[in-house]
Ligand binder design. Structure first.
Ligand SMILES: Cc1cc2nc3c(=O)[nH]c(=O)nc-3n(C[C@H](O)[C@H](O)[C@H](O)COP(=O)(O)OP(=O)(O)OC[C@H]3O[C@@H](n4cnc5c(N)ncnc54)[C@H](O)[C@@H]3O)c2cc1C
Length: 116
């Protein structure tokens, strides 16, 4: 288990609908005592069910898009990176960070990378 300064590291992989719900709840309940981090390759969350309204001109792209960085107000750190690998035995996640991969250790991970 990875603990830094007594704070456990909780990493959420994927900032789609599932990841945001998990991040918001974990940030609210644990974010003051532990480090909650959300990772997504995208900078923004797009609310997909609203695509139908976009198609018929009832919404604009800005209406259905939110910066994932906004979660930082809710005790959730955001890292924009690709998840390259997960090693459950070592409790490590490898992320793209510039040209070289970055390894982050976590005591708990929540994986919500969608269907692809
Ligand atoms: C047009 C449309 C209408 C819909 N309407 C409804 C509805 O009415 N009701 C309903 O319940 N559902 C609806 N859905 C489905 C709903 O949007 C999805 O079920 C939901 O978004 C799935 O959430 P998720 O978090 O599992 O995945 P996603 O929302 O797909 O999120 C996955 C996230 O993981 C990130 N990711 C993936 N792989 C990596 C990686 N290797 N590294 C870094 N980041 C990564 C992606 O960038 C993405 O942000 C609709 C979908 C569409 C397209």
């Amino acid at each position: 288990m990875y603990v830094s300064n007594g704070r456990k590291q909780i990493v959420i992989l994927g900032g789609g609908s599932g990841g945001i719900v998990a991040a918001t709840k974990l940030g609210r309940e644990l974010g003051s005592k532990h480090d909650v981090t959300l990772v997504d390759r995208r900078e923004d969350h797009i609310y997909m069910p609203a695509f139908l309204f976009l198609m018929v001109g009832q919404r604009k792209p800005g209406d259905i898009t939110r910066k994932l960085k906004r979660l930082e107000k809710r005790n959730v750190k955001f890292i924009q990176a690709d998840v390259l690998g997960i090693d459950p035995d070592r409790q490590e996640v490898t992320l793209s960070a510039g040209k070289s991969p970055m390894i982050t250790s976590s005591c708990r991970s929540v994986c919500r990378p969608g269907r692809k």
